[in-house]
Design a protein around this ligand. Structure first.
Ligand code: SAH
Length: 352
């Protein structure tokens, strides 16, 4: 059976070539062809004949197919991608100054069951493979080049789509290696952010194995009872333990941790909540990203009004923690945080 080319970081491909006694120049040439020159068909130039034959018999270049594209007024683009087995995930391109951040999914569905999240309702179907993660990037990049050639650069990657990325550690790690590689997609160090609900086994590995990748923690409340209600894994992996990993900045790295704080009306949006959050994070290398709750069909939480959100921010400002209110981009196409759910957000006609 053929395996996907897109699952191999350069070092793995080099091993594969070595094990098959193929010329060592092949993997670099292939990376250049597919990632730098953005070619989708198998490479036939410069490669040794033996290598061309090996690639033809052992590797495939299958990618997810774009099923539906939705564009919002603010230029956010949401893709529904169909995987080889027919399952679907979503990928979002978020514009900033004529460039893009790509928001990738790491799983089909999610096992974390956070009470405020549309994806959580879906349950976990399966992990994505490395090539499916890389595929989301390549297909989005291709669409941009075809439709918006004047501004087709993707400079940042956030794992904030469907799934808990640290719950699918190996595949996400390999994908990051390909993203970061100078021979691969050349995303700069610290321009990839993994957002986590606080999945401790993954954080332990992240700390050791992924020094170039940033973390965002979905905090949502410093109060145990409230966080338990929002994020069920808080009962198993207490916030103190999670914070001790998240805040361990490797020596020599000027790294900040992003704390996401979902604001839900009359639940975690009081002045007291803001003060407790300020006290928890003051003096730390922290950014706070306030996310007013994004409703989705069937959700029962409410979004606080903007005045309340601004008041919350001003309290955090008084603790000297850089805080932004995350602009709600793409919410009319259900592309905003927590709205992704490839089962429910499409009418049958669109997904056919
Ligand atoms: N599983 C990861 C990444 C996915 S969600 C995590 O938990 O961090 C990316 C961000 O969107 C998280 O901070 C998540 O808590 C937030 N989010 C989920 N549902 C939301 C909703 N309905 N409104 C606003 N933000 C939401």
């Amino acid at each position: 059976m053929k395996t996907s080319f897109y699952q191999y970081p350069l070092s793995d491909l080099q091993e594969l070539f070595k094990a098959n006694e193929l010329p060592p120049s092949g993997p670099g040439l292939l990376f250049n062809w597919h990632y730098k020159k953005r070619q989708f068909a198998a490479c036939t130039v410069d490669l040794a004949k033996k290598s061309i034959e090996f690639v033809a018999t052992h590797l495939n270049f299958d990618l997810p197919q774009v099923d539906v594209v939705q564009e919002s007024q603010d230029k956010t683009v949401k893709f529904l991608m169909r995987l080889q087995d027919g399952l679907k995930v979503e990928t979002v391109l978020i514009p900033f100054n004529g460039k893009y951040t790509i928001c990738l999914s790491s799983q089909v569905g999610c096992a974390m069951k956070c009470s405020f999240c549309h994806t959580g309702l879906q349950g976990l179907n399966r992990n994505l493979t490395t090539d499916e993660i890389i595929g989301q990037f390549l297909m989005s990049q291709k669409w941009l080049t075809e439709h918006r050639p004047e501004d087709d650069r993707i400079l940042n990657i956030v794992f904030m789509g469907q799934g808990e990325p640290l719950h699918n550690f190996d595949a996400v790690k390999k994908a990051c290696e390909i993203f970061l590689s100078q021979h691969g997609l050349s995303i700069a160090d610290q321009k990839i952010t993994i957002s986590t609900a606080g999945y401790l086994p993954g954080l332990e590995r992240w700390k050791v194995e992924m020094p170039k990748v940033n973390i965002a923690l979905s905090l949502h409340s410093p109060v145990k009872e409230k966080r338990d209600q929002l994020i069920p894994i808080n009962k198993r992996y207490p916030l103190e333990d999670v914070l001790s990993y998240v805040q361990a900045i490797p020596e020599g790295k000027n790294r900040f941790v992003t704390y996401e704080y979902l604001l839900i009306e009359n639940f975690n949006d009081s002045m007291e909540d803001a003060h407790l959050t300020g006290q928890l994070l003051t003096g730390k290398k922290a950014y706070i990203s306030l996310i007013p709750f994004n409703p989705f069909p069937g959700s029962h939480y409410q979004r606080p009004d903007l005045k309340k959100v601004e008041q919350f921010k001003s309290i955090l400002d008084s603790y000297k923690i850089p805080t932004i209110i995350r602009a709600t981009k793409g919410d009319e196409i259900l592309a905003a945080c927590g709205q992704l759910n490839s089962k429910f957000s499409y009418s049958p006609k669109e997904s056919e």
